[in-house]
Design a binder for this molecule. Structure first.
Ligand code: S3P
Length: 584
């Protein structure tokens, strides 16, 4: 069964299992529990815990594990645990003797040799086993989604689910938590590869981050000027958001850094951030055509007034991050409303900010501190979109999506689907940590084609792949113009969608800046093989299209679904869409 599910099976004797686990898991737990216990008993004044910081939080994390379970584990595995503990005690005894008796130079040399070897061993382990990006690379092109239903009777999509946390907000929680003063607690964090790469980058910049575990993490902020020089290029994986936002932050630091990314990110335009950052005085170098990697050198920044040529939240956020460190005021105006999570989060961290009444201009003065806060990340409306569309194209469907972020700068998909005739209700709207949140309820209703208002494009910029599937089953034509930005997302989304739609038999015409789709409410898509081009949203859009397909859709290169929606297949199945996953 496990092999069929795609797992690599390895066999191990029970005894060997107990020995290995005693060394890698049980001993570290025993040490973590006992160090906290020793310190608590030794030191009554409370000074130790008052002055304990990131290192102690990191080391003692395991002592927060379940006490009942761990005492049971040691009862069950006492023999192997005692043995490895014996080796540990011998090593500690040797260290104690050395500390007590070795001459200083000898002690220094011996400890240096031991620490260097241990550091090398740990780094090799982290690189091979614990680097989320390495896994992406290994799986890069191998995941295939296979889904297909008989379109004469598409399933009813029914149920109530909570999709994972918002990607934009998860990145920002790490970035601002890292440079704040104090400990920021985050819940609802998206444990997808993009946001995990951001966590790894900030650890490399010297920030202690405990977790994530079940969407919760703590960031021990180092303050505005507390980041330290990374020892290697910071790998941003598939994430344009992370690269663009970090370029603004790093341009203002007193050390060199480099930002790199995967194959898709390496093709994406960075001039949009490099050019205004240079106007602020940044020393930043991109490759031919303004592409990554970006090399950044220390520079003193000054504020600018910048009118963005495109409505980009990433550019705006990059410049605001640089502006936190710049002399004077940084003012940014946008040609169309784009997402404002950065502004809301800065306000949450107590940073003074001025926004024009219509939201089109934002300005801040450099030099103020950020104060740690608590962040509850809402579910990502961009992920919820796939199930909104699934329900919108299958008669009889009835779905509730819980705790979805409905920030007005993100609800283009709701506006457009409603314009097309979808039956969507916003239930129990509330504010969670400065971000509006609600349950989204959708019941099937027939759709009709629309001309998508240009004002909605930045508000639905990531949702078009799924919206095009809705358009393919709507009555009449849907036309999108003015959306050339879709060409420079994780893939050229206009080309990728047009190619896939043609393969499943949808009549469409691609323009340089948009697409026309002729919908058919009776549509029964052709079985086909579709290349998602490694773009998570193309992969998920066609998985949803399979609900109305005559036979199987084989969707290639789906590994990157893990960047934004790691449990997409599982939640789809809970709602009635079965997707088979093959590791080719
Ligand atoms: C994002 C902004 C959008 C969006 C991206 C995330 C952000 O990009 O497409 O997925 O977190 O700021 P642009 O602002 O460049 O359009």
């Amino acid at each position: 069964m496990w092999t069929t599910l795609g797992a690599n099976m390895l066999a191990m004797s029970v005894q060997r299992h107990d020995e290995v686990l005693a060394a890698t898991s049980h001993l570290p737990h025993l040490l973590a529990y006992s160090i906290v216990d020793v310190l608590a008993k030794e030191e009554k004044s409370g000074d130790i815990f008052r002055y304990a910081a990131g290192g102690f939080a990191d080391f003692s994390r395991l002592a927060s594990s379940d006490a009942r379970m761990w005492s049971d584990i040691f009862v069950a595995n006492r023999v192997a645990s005692a043995e490895v503990l014996g080796s540990m005690i011998t090593a500690l005894q040797g260290l104690k003797t050395a500390l007590e008796t070795s001459p200083d130079t000898q002690l220094g040399t011996d400890l240096h040799a031991l620490f260097s070897e241990a550091k090398r061993t740990r780094e090799a382990f982290i690189n091979t086993h614990y680097n989320p990006t390495a896994n992406t690379h290994m799986n890069g092109k191998s995941v295939v989604f296979i889904a297909g239903q008989r379109c004469s009777s598409p399933p009813q999509i029914k149920g109530r689910v909570r999709v994972p946390g918002d990607k934009s907000i998860s990145h920002r929680a790490i970035i601002f938590g890292a440079i704040a003063e104090g400990r920021t607690e985050v819940s609802g964090f998206l444990e997808g590869e993009d946001a995990l790469n951001t966590v790894a980058a900030f650890r490399e910049l010297g920030v202690t981050i405990v977790g994530p575990e079940n969407g919760k993490l703590s960031i021990i902020g180092v303050g505005r000027n507390g980041l330290s020089a990374p020892r290697k290029p910071l790998y941003m994986g598939n994430s344009g958001t992370a690269m663009r936002l970090l370029s603004g932050l790093l341009a203002a630091q007193g050390f060199d850094s480099e930002l790199s990314g995967d194959e898709s990110l390496t093709k994406r335009p960075m001039a949009r951030v490099v050019e205004p950052l240079r106007l602020m005085g940044a020393s930043i170098n991109a490759q031919v055509g303004g592409r990554p990697p970006l090399q950044i050198a220390p520079a003193k920044l000054h504020g600018i007034h910048y009118a963005m040529p495109i409505a980009s939240a990433q550019v705006k956020s990059c410049l605001l991050l640089a502006g936190l460190y710049a002399d004077g005021v940084t003012e940014i105006s946008e040609p169309g409303i784009c997402r404002d999570h950065t502004e809301r989060m800065l306000e949450g961290f107590g940073y003074p900010l001025t926004r024009s009444a219509d939201g089109s201009t934002v300005s801040l003065e450099g030099g103020h501190p950020l104060r740690a806060t608590t962040i509850d990340v809402p579910s990502d409306i961009s992920s919820a979109t796939f199930f909104l569309v699934a329900a919108a194209i299958c008669p009889g469907s009835d779905v509730v999506l819980e705790h979805v972020g409905i920030n007005p700068t993100r609800i283009g998909v709701i506006n457009i689907l409603k314009l097309m005739g979808a039956d969507i209700s916003i239930l129990n709207p509330r504010s969670v940590g400065g971000e509006p949140v609600a349950e989204l309820a959708i019941k099937y209703a027939p759709l009709h084609g629309v001309t998508i208002p240009e004002s909605q494009i930045p508000l639905a910029i990531d949702e078009f792949p799924a919206l095009f599937i809705a358009a393919a089953v709507a009555q009449g034509e849907t036309v999108l113009r003015g959306a050339e930005e879709l060409r420079v997302k994780e893939s050229d989304r206009l080309a990728a969608m047009a190619a896939g739609l043609e393969r499943i038999g949808v009549d469409c015409e691609m323009f340089t800046d948009g697409i026309r789709i002729s919908g058919d409410p009776e549509a029964c898509f052709a079985a086909a093989e579709i290349d998602s081009l490694g773009d998570h949203r193309i992969a998920m859009a066609f998985a949803i299209a399979s609900l109305r397909a005559a036979g199987e859709l084989r969707i290639l290169n789906c590994a990157n679904v893990a960047t934004s929606f790691p449990n997409f297949v599982e939640l789809s199945s809970r709602l009635g869409l079965e997707i088979r996953v093959e590791h080719a």
